[in-house]
Design a binder for this molecule. Sequence first.
Ligand code: NAD
Ligand code: MG
Length: 395
Amino acid sequence: MSQVQQITVLGATGSIGLSTLDVIARHPQRYRVFALSGFSRLAELEALCMIYRPRFAVAQNAQAARQLQGGLHAAGLTTQVLFGEQGLCEVAAHPEVDTVMAAIVGAAGLKPTLAAVEAGKKVLLANKEALVMSGALFIQAVRSSGAVLLPIDSEHNAIFQCLPGDYARGLASVGVRRIMLTASGGPFRQTPLEQLAEVTPEQACAHPNWSMGRKISVDSASMMNKGLELIEACWLFDAQPEQVEVVIHPQSVIHSLVDYVDGSVLAQLGNPDMRTPISHALAWPQRIDSGVAPLDLFVVARLDFEAPDEQRFPCLRLARQAAEVSGTAPAMLNAANEVAVAAFLERRIRFPEIASIIDAVLNAEAAVAVECLDTVLAADHRARALAEQWLSRRE
Ligand code: NAD
Ligand code: MG
């Protein structure tokens, strides 16, 4: 590769955003930061702008943008500061951008990620919620724009690495029997069931193997993260929900596996550090140094596996049901989960009530077929309203 790649990092102040910038900084001859976005952490966004000197920065709102613009001008930077969803879409689809890291958390990332896809960019997808919500629309947009979609979720990146290049013709045509998604089981894998009602947000966010943002940490503790990933895998690899098996693997060394009809099982292994999938996707089809330490199998010593317990992890069952129902069900599942996780983090509900809210929302309204983006957004809004109603009835 001769030309320097221009990169937009959506969600630059987050866990994935910072890991992406760490990798980019190791390869200044290959990558240049074109735009950075942040939301609530304006001081962090300003500090990143000082280091990476992007053409654009995107802040939460007009007031934050004015403040950031003032600070950057005073420091002699020519960075132009935009704001809000429109600003995010603009830097995602800008004609000078080659690659977009979609690392905003939750439904807020949907429109900017779709803007990158529709503009035919190389899109590195961390923001799984965007794909879970919009499913077929998202994949159709990838096909019609010619965008290159590469998974950042470690499991999906692992599966991508274990599949042959021509898997888009269908998993059966390349001899795949099933996909095995590994899951650590999170911090509550062995907590006595009766104690789950007492767990705190701090305990839920203390993941045994990965350091991540708060929302995905709670999703990992409830295993809704694996449920969202099951739906994500179905869309990315054109798989049926029953072709995707979830395997608990507490060491998080095997990032996922592909089972072929001849009995071969291919797996991708590595230390649990998101810079590996980020580097893989950034440089694909080449390989670059990520800064991740080599895997020491003698330190790992053993790899364990167990089946997930649906009584402990009801969110996994709810997500599988939503995947099977399809239509707007995954968007409703995701929206209800976002409201429930925020309520848990604010200590308004107990941990097991996350699943109760989602269950109630999914039962309150039937899913419909997805016609267009408005159908998805309406389902998202309706599910949020139903979840809020559940919360106010409880309080
Ligand atoms: P995080 O909370 O650390 O960062 C989220 C980023 O999104 C921040 O930059 C924040 O400013 C921005 N943001 C939040 N709300 C926003 C809004 N309403 N509008 C615009 N921007 C907003 O989260 P994270 O752990 O980096 O996760 C980001 C995404 O990557 C999530 O979808 C998550 O599921 C996925 N992911 C993360 C990991 C991980 O190891 N952290 C692994 C796999 C997938
Ligand atoms: Mg993952």
